[in-house]
Structure formats: C-alpha cells, structure tokens
Design a protein around this ligand. Structure first.
Ligand SMILES: Nc1ncnc2c1ncn2[C@@H]1O[C@H](COP(=O)(O)OP(=O)(O)OP(=O)(O)O)[C@@H](O)[C@H]1O
Ligand SMILES: [Mg+2]
Length: 398
C-alpha cells in the first residue's frame, strides 16, 4: 500500500507549454482519489509524472515518504489503466492477463530450466493469480477468447484484471470508462469501487466527468489550468465550493451565476443583480455572518444559486417573506428527466435553471413567482471569484 505526495510540482513541455503550474497534493494510503477537471487542465500529465513516464520540470514526488523523482517506472510498483485498453489482439484474454507477470517473474530464466520445479511453481502461482482475478471481475468464462470477441465492457474488465493481477501498491486510472456506453459505465464504475473496497489499493482516478468524480471519489481534487482549485470530500466540494470555477464545474445542472452588487450597512443588507433583488438582513445568522466577514459598503459580487435552491412555492423555499426572495419569471422550457424536471426560467434578460418536482403543476410559457431559499445562496468576489459566503448550513464548516 502507498501514500503519495506532490510538492510544488511543475511541468512545462517543450520549454513553453505550461501543463502543471504548482501542484501540492497528498493522497492517503488506501485512498480512492479522483482527479477531475476540463480537457487540457493537466490530469494525464500528473499521472504520467507519478508513473515515471514523464519527468517534472520542478518539484518533488514522494511515494511512502520516499522521493521517487529519479526512480525508473519499473521500480515504482505502479499499475496504470488507460482509456483505450490496449490489449494484445493476437493473445487470448488469459494470455493478456498473465503476459506481464510471466515476463517479469521468469526474466533471466534460461531455456534449459523451463522444465525445472522452480519454473513450474512460478507458472502455477501465476495460474492461481489469474484465476483469482478473473473470478473477482467475472471474466472466468472469457479466458480463452481473443480481444476482438469481447464487448467494450468486457475488454475494460480484462484491462483492469491485467493491472490488478500485478498486485501493485498504486493504481492509476486515466478515464478508463470513457469508451463505454452509459449503462456499462455505471456498472463498471460500481465494480471499480467494489474492487477498491476489497483490495484497498491506493488509487488515483482521472476523469473529466463530474458525476463520476462525485460518485466514486473518497476525496476529489478539482483542477483547472494546471492548478488545484480544491481538494476535499465530494460533499464538501458540492456544498462549500472554494471558488466560482469549482461551484460551476461540480453539479448538474450547473449553478446559476448572476453578476451583481452586495450592499452592506448596519440596517440593510441586499444583493442587487440586474433583474433580481434579494434582501438578506431579515435572518440574523446570515446578517451576522456577512457583517463579520464583509466590510460595510458596496461590493461587486457574483451571486450563485444552485438549481435546487429555486422553488415554485414559498413554503418549500424556507418561508422567507415573499418580497425578499421572490422573482417573477416565464417558464421557457421544461426538460422532464423522470425523477425531476429541469426548468428554464426567463426573467428579463436573465435565464435561470431550476430543478423542480415533476408533480409541480407548471406549464411552458406560464408566468409565475419563483422563490429562492436564501439559506442556500453563495456569494463570490467578482474580481477574485473566491467564495465570500457559503450556504448557511455550512456555518460549522467555516
Ligand atoms: N507531450 C506533450 N507535448 C506538449 N504538450 C503537451 C504534451 N502532453 C500534454 N501537453 C499539453 O499539456 C496540457 C495538459 O495536458 P494533459 O494531457 O495533462 O491534460 P488532460 O487534463 O489530461 O486533458 P484531457 O482531459 O483532454 O485528457 C495541454 O495543454 C496539452 O496540450
Ligand atoms: Mg488526459
């Protein structure tokens, strides 16, 4: 098993492409850490640097407190699973799984020793390991097939088996599910999590899919532009995003953002966006929190409202006085998802997205009042985009 830490790691390709700016990151022993972020933010570069396939330009990488910058890949005891499973097409599933093990464990064996007891015992132990891992991944019945006789999901399980059979102390997975269709993704996602629970191998899992990140990670590291934006549990990342990027990246449909001004005085605290005005001073906790953190006066902010913080009845929105938290909007479009409806609301020039119960009696083109639960709003500094105010329930978190 292994813990990992990156200290001030930077990577520049060809002297001018800055892929990783300044990464400090620790992964605990036996942890399942997900690295998530948009395309090109540096995720694969981090994996390749950790595996030793790429050198970092600056900084230090430790596995179990041992600096590994100069350790060759083969000595790092890491196994990597890629998006394209890269199985050997001419070999059977069984040969694909055992190939790496055989070549590693019989390296240096002379041909004349092939009939020796020692050689046979190595082969027997490899056979046992292959059987065990095939059972674990439910591919025992596929062992004699060639890769072209397998479905995408089966190929992916063979690729996983090939990595697991090595019993590495660290697993790196780079978007391993992106070639699978929706239902197979879901199924394989669950299998990978179960495997991790069973084997407890420290895993760094890369995806650009925030739902995969939320459902799989014990902790999530959100990256953008070669930098770590936030590293925390899925729940904390969702509830208490550190900045606008994280708030917008995690959550579907994404958080609504409105540019506006926060006005703070002793008697009145309000947020004015172009078409929406919210009065915040009625709630003592909210008021005290703002007075404590934000100086008196006016400040340019970005108001963040998650789709589920917009309601179609005043009661469900926390019972705030109507004049403080409501706005009138036209229902532009309703996308039914079964368990909930995604509803697009037009208020002046502003479009807001909300998620409403499918039983709510609303119709497209209808004009009605909607309500924002003020306990659930986020405020971000308009310049730095850092979070100024989390939802109220986060009181204990700050
Ligand atoms: N070998 C390379 N030579 C030059 N630039 C590279 C090389 N590999 C990656 N880059 C650049 O470094 C940046 C980070 O790339 P990286 O592959 O780490 O991103 P990623 O987050 O894995 O993206 P994706 O989600 O698309 O796989 C990108 O701008 C990319 O173009
Ligand atoms: Mg990548």
């Amino acid at each position: 098993m292994a813990s990992i830490s990156f200290k001030n790691v930077q990577k520049t390709y060809d002297g001018n492409v800055v892929a990783i700016k300044n990464i400090d990151l620790s992964i605990k022993d036996r942890e399942f850490m997900v690295l998530v972020g948009p395309s090109g933010c540096g995720k694969t570069s981090i994996l390749r640097i950790l595996a030793g396939l790429e050198e970092c330009t600056n900084g230090e990488i430790y596995i179990d407190q041992k600096k590994v910058n100069d350790l060759p890949p083969k000595d790092r005891d890491i196994s990597m699973v890629f998006q394209n499973y890269a199985l050997y097409p001419h070999m059977s599933v069984k040969e694909n799984i055992s190939f790496g093990l055989k070549s590693r464990e019989t390296k240096g064996f002379l041909h004349r020793l092939f009939h020796s007891k020692e050689y046979k015992s190595i082969m027997n132990s490899i056979e046992t390991r292959v059987q065990k891992v095939s059972k674990l991944l439910s591919i025992e019945h596929l062992l004699l097939r060639k890769p072209h006789q397998l479905s995408g999901g089966q190929k992916q399980r063979v690729a996983l088996a090939r990595s697991i059979v090595r019993e590495p102390k660290l697993f790196l997975m780079d978007e391993p599910l992106s070639n699978l269709d929706a239902s197979l993704r879901l199924q394989t996602r669950t299998e990978i999590i179960k495997l991790h629970k069973k084997l407890g191998i420290t895993t760094l899992y890369v995806t650009h899919d925030q739902i995969e990140a939320m459902t799989m990670g014990q902790r999530i590291t959100v990256m953008n532009n070669g930098e770590v934006q936030q590293c925390d549990t899925p729940e904390n990342i969702y509830q208490y995003p550190a900045n606008k990027f994280v708030a917008g990246f995690i959550g579907y449909p994404p958080m609504n953002f409105l540019d506006g001004e926060l006005s703070v005085s002793k008697n009145e605290i309000s947020v004015s966006c172009k078409d929406i005005k919210l009065s915040l001073h009625h709630n003592n906790i909210l008021k005290n929190k703002i007075l404590e953190k934000i100086p008196l006066g006016n400040k340019k902010i970005i108001l963040g409202i998650r789709p589920e913080a917009i309601y179609d009845t005043i009661e469900s929105a926390g019972g705030w006085p109507v004049e403080n938290n409501s706005f009138e909007a036209k229902i532009d479009n309703i996308e039914p998802l079964g368990s909930q409806n995604i509803v697009f609301l037009k208020h002046g020039d502003t479009t807001l997205v909300s998620t409403l119960n499918p039983r709510s009696k609303i119709k497209e083109d209808q004009i009605k009042h909607f309500f924002i639960n003020l306990d659930q709003i986020h405020l971000f500094d308009a310049t730095t985009e850092q979070s100024l105010l989390y939802p109220l329930k986060s009181e204990s978190h700050i």
